[in-house]
Ligand binder design. Structure first.
Ligand SMILES: Nc1nc2c(c(=O)[nH]1)N[C@H]1C(S)=C(S)[C@@H](COP(=O)(O)O)O[C@H]1N2
Ligand SMILES: [Mo]
Length: 185
């Protein structure tokens, strides 16, 4: 059965590739995931380190603010809740800035970041995530417009106060709930 779409979205069966700038070439050897900001101690992990972490599978509909939605996309990766257990978040951390390549960033409330189905995904549809879709690692936040799902993630910054990310600075919504049509602000 096909689920309902948020207002003013159309289903696509393709998987459009959308981003600012060019696809970065990231080798897994030199890659690092850093957590910094409002944490007891900044931390970082190599690609090798992350291989020992448990994986979670999700099936989710994704919604791009430009109007396409793709239903039942299949992802595997690390639950943001797993990451959260491995860091020491400051008691005042309320927002997260996810940093990707080409100075991309996206801000979201900690509550959205820690929703059950939010992943740091390294597989799409049973295969390693391709560079154009954000490989080696991207965020997938199915409950918000897809621009919050930063590709080529290398950093996660915990924040006390909210701050606008890349598209948010250019007028996109600070939260981006597709069911409320939070496109711009
Ligand atoms: N690093 C980075 N991540 C990004 C973007 C970007 O420009 N840079 N664009 C966002 C937008 S607007 C969308 S719709 C999705 C598209 O992901 P896809 O190319 O895998 O469909 O990536 C999001 N993540
Ligand atoms: Mo988008």
């Amino acid at each position: 059965m096909v689920s309902k779409l948020p207002p003013n979205q159309k289903e696509t069966r393709l998987f459009p590739v959308l981003h600012y700038g060019s696809v970065p070439v990231l080798d897994r050897q030199g890659w690092r995931l850093r957590v910094f900001g409002e944490v007891a101690a900044p931390m970082e992990w190599t690609w090798q380190d992350l291989q020992a972490w448990p994986r979670t599978d999700i099936v989710a509909d994704i919604h791009c603010v430009t109007g396409w939605s793709k239903q039942e996309t299949v992802w595997r990766g690390i639950s943001t809740r797993t990451l959260w257990q491995r860091i020491q978040p400051g008691p005042q951390a309320r927002f997260v800035m996810v940093h990707g390549a080409n100075d991309f960033s996206a801000n979201l409330p900690v509550r959205d970041f820690l929703e059950e189905s939010v992943l740091l995904a390294d597989e799409y549809d049973g295969k390693p995530l391709t560079p154009e879709h954000g490989g080696p690692l991207r965020l997938v936040v199915p409950q918000l417009y897809f621009w919050k799902s930063a590709k080529w993630v290398s950093g996660i910054e915990l924040m006390i106060e909210n701050r606008a990310g890349f598209w948010e600075e250019r007028g996109y919504h600070m939260r981006g709930d597709p069911w409320q049509e939070e496109r711009y602000w």
